[in-house]
Design a protein around this ligand. Structure first.
Ligand SMILES: [Zn+2]
Length: 248
């Protein structure tokens, strides 16, 4: 009977796997069988690995080779895949940037449209005040914050004692001319008409307003006359009497 601690046991124990797979030379197999007869430990281990050996015998050696050996182009495929992933990531990044820019652009368009709507509303008001030649709103350029509107302050002569107005701001628009002024003393409820005088002697209506008596009146009067063609601004009452006049 072989003792488990014997050198033969240690050597043969390491060969149990090969024995289970029937891979030992004849003499070694004979020695193993003799040892197993007397060694319960090795019999126990063989019993443990026998089912595994059975499974392993059903596996094709070719399949084992395929599993074990990576394909020769694996490294290249990994590098290609990494490069593709990197390109995809960069493309997504570019797409996100474009979308963000588009959103910003959209907001700018909305802001420009809103500004244009304000201008259109102002022009509409101008039309209500009597100016019948409002420029097409679609032709209006989007207002730019950096655009400087040329404004000149001109002295206004008051022809009626009650009316107090000292100066008007004349604004040279691309579409016409505008006069802004504040005043008091315009008779409450009375209709006043504003007009610009052109270099060729015409009087172009710039709108109408109602007097507000002692309250401060703020007026924006506009006409489709270019500033360069404008030489005067007048306000008349409903009897045709000139109330205000300015030389431009
Ligand atoms: Zn043994």
């Amino acid at each position: 009977m072989t003792r488990p601690g014997a050198p033969e046991h240690r050597q043969l124990r390491e060969l149990l796997g090969a024995f289970a797979l029937d891979g030992l030379p004849d003499d070694a197999r004979t020695t193993m069988r003799a040892h197993l007869d007397g060694c319960a430990t090795c019999r126990g281990e063989l019993a443990d690995i026998a089912p595994l050996a059975e499974d392993l015998r059903t596996v094709s050696p070719d399949a084992l080779t395929d599993l074990a050996a990576p394909p020769p182009d694996l490294g290249e495929r990994i590098r290609t895949r990494i490069a593709q992933e990197r390109e995809l990531a960069q493309a997504r990044q570019r797409r996100d940037v474009r979308r963000a820019q588009a959103r910003r652009g959209g907001r700018q368009l909305v802001a420009a449209a809103a500004a244009a709507a304000v201008v259109a509303a102002a022009l509409g008001a101008g039309t209500l005040l009597g100016r019948s030649t409002a420029p097409a709103t679609t032709a209006l350029p989007a207002p730019s914050p950096s655009a400087v509107i040329p404004i000149e302050l001109v002295a206004v002569r008051s022809m009626i004692d009650d009316v107090q107005t000292e100066e008007a701001a004349i604004i040279a628009h691309t579409w016409g001319v505008e006069a802004r002024f504040e005043g008091t003393g315009f008779e409450q409820g009375r209709v006043y008409k504003a007009a610009f005088r052109s270099t060729d002697g015409r009087l172009l209506p710039a709108g109408e307003f109602l007097g507000t008596g002692g309250k401060v009146l703020k007026c924006n009067m506009q006409s489709a006359l270019l500033r360069s063609d404008t030489i005067g601004f007048v306000v008349t009452d409903d009897s045709g009497t000139t109330v205000l006049a300015a030389d431009l």
